[in-house]
Design a protein around this ligand. Structure first.
Ligand SMILES: *Cc1c(COP(=O)(O)O)cnc(C)c1O
Length: 375
């Protein structure tokens, strides 16, 4: 296949691994689960998981059973935990492939145990406790006691208990402390302790790096990919994450506009003076949404405003007369000494880096770097 369009999403695998190592050493040596759900936040889970595995990472998590199964031939014997709710009818795939499942309720566990009657082997389980996120898992103490009894079944390998902070990227600790207290109270209800206890995400891993607690595992998502979960966490200045992801392209067309000439759908832009306009081959079909209009991207070393509406496959920027066809364009990340933070790009559009990454459409080729060389 040729790769004619110069638009690409670059992922630096070395920086990603550096971030994993920095985060796990920051966090009292808790085991770090690499969160590779949603195709590693859209960046390409197979290549990322393969690189992490080859460098010693043995714990992963995905959102779905399908995502976990797709990775088995690159992460082999590693733990892979499905964070969402798996249909009990499919537990055999989890057992056959050594995938760990999240137990969201007693009812779910009962259904799985019925399925397990005709299945050889053990089902690996992490019990999800809802401590205040209000998503999956149970907070009910009686239900947890019943779950604890069911876990004694020889068909179950009780591997973990976990919960999820909903406000760890916030500026105070109040709700985190409330959730931690709820978690501790409920862990006590279990008559035997599993191998892993985890509640942390990127934000709390950084925020509570110096806390000594009974948890021995933490879940690392956005921070692996080089972004702070929020400005609050970045401001703590506890860790210096290496940027991992860059979205780049090149100018495909340049033209001169005379004062008063208009451009784009809805003719929403009019040249205020004689000026130059460059066209870049990326648009909303690639995940650069119309709300990015007005943001300044880099063309060469110039800051160039996106003018007119973002089209499906292209967008236009205002630039100087020095810009030529073939000049480098940086939408976010780093290229040739130029930098734009993905957080600035996200904040401009009232969103977060997570959403920006996940929205970069599959049409944009993912290009991976090791030792600063393209793979
Ligand atoms: C996505 C997810 C994470 C990772 O969150 P980050 O903020 O990206 O670190 C951790 N735990 C659960 C349950 C998740 O769904």
């Amino acid at each position: 296949m040729i790769n004619d369009r110069p638009t690409e999403l670059r992922v630096d695998l070395d920086e990603l691994l550096n971030n994993y190592n920095k985060l796990t050493s920051l966090n009292n040596k808790k085991t770090g689960i690499a969160i590779v759900k949603a195709d590693s936040y859209g960046l390409g889970a197979r290549i990322i998981a393969d690189h992490l595995y080859k460098n010693g990472v043995r714990h992963f998590a995905t959102a779905t059973l399908e995502e976990a199964l797709e990775l088995k031939d690159v992460i082999f014997d590693s733990m892979v935990l499905v964070l969402g709710v798996t249909n009990p009818q499919n537990v055999k795939y989890a057992v056959e492939n050594n995938v760990s499942l999240t137990c969201p309720s007693k009812e779910w566990l009962e259904k799985c145990l019925e399925e397990m009657e005709s299945i050889e082997g053990k089902l690996k389980i992490h019990v999800k406790i809802d401590t205040g996120m209000g998503r999956i898992g149970t907070s009910d103490k009686d239900e947890l006691v019943k779950i604890d009894k069911l876990l004694l079944s020889e068909k179950i390998d009780f591997e973990g208990i976990f919960s999820h902070y909903s406000n760890a990227d916030g500026s105070d600790n109040n709700y985190d402390d409330y959730q931690t207290k709820n978690f501790d109270e409920r862990i006590k209800l279990f008559t035997h302790k599993p191998k892993y206890i985890h509640i942390g995400n990127s934000a709390s891993t950084v925020k509570y790096s110096d806390r000594q607690d009974q948890y021995n595992m933490t879940r690392l998502g956005i921070s692996l990919y080089g972004c702070y979960p929020s400005e609050n966490i970045e401001k703590l200045d506890k860790i210096n994450l290496d940027p991992v992801v860059s979205l780049v392209s090149k100018v495909t067309h340049v033209k001169k506009f005379l004062k008063g000439e208009k451009l784009g759908y809805g003719v929403s832009y009019e040249a205020k003076e004689d000026e130059y306009i460059a066209t870049v081959p990326i648009g909303y079909a690639d995940g650069i949404l119309r709300r990015a209009q007005g943001f300044k991207i880099k063309v060469g070393s110039e800051d160039c405003e996106i003018v007119g509406r973002v089209c499906m496959d292209q967008l236009m920027v205002r630039c100087s007369e020095n810009i030529k066809v073939g000049d480098d364009v940086l939408i976010f990340g780093e290229n040739n000494g130029q930098k734009i933070s993905v957080d600035d790009f996200a904040t401009y559009q009232d969103t977060i880096s997570y959403e920006i990454f996940c929205c970069i459409n599959k049409r944009v080729p993912r290009v991976y770097y090791k030792n600063k060389m393209e793979l």
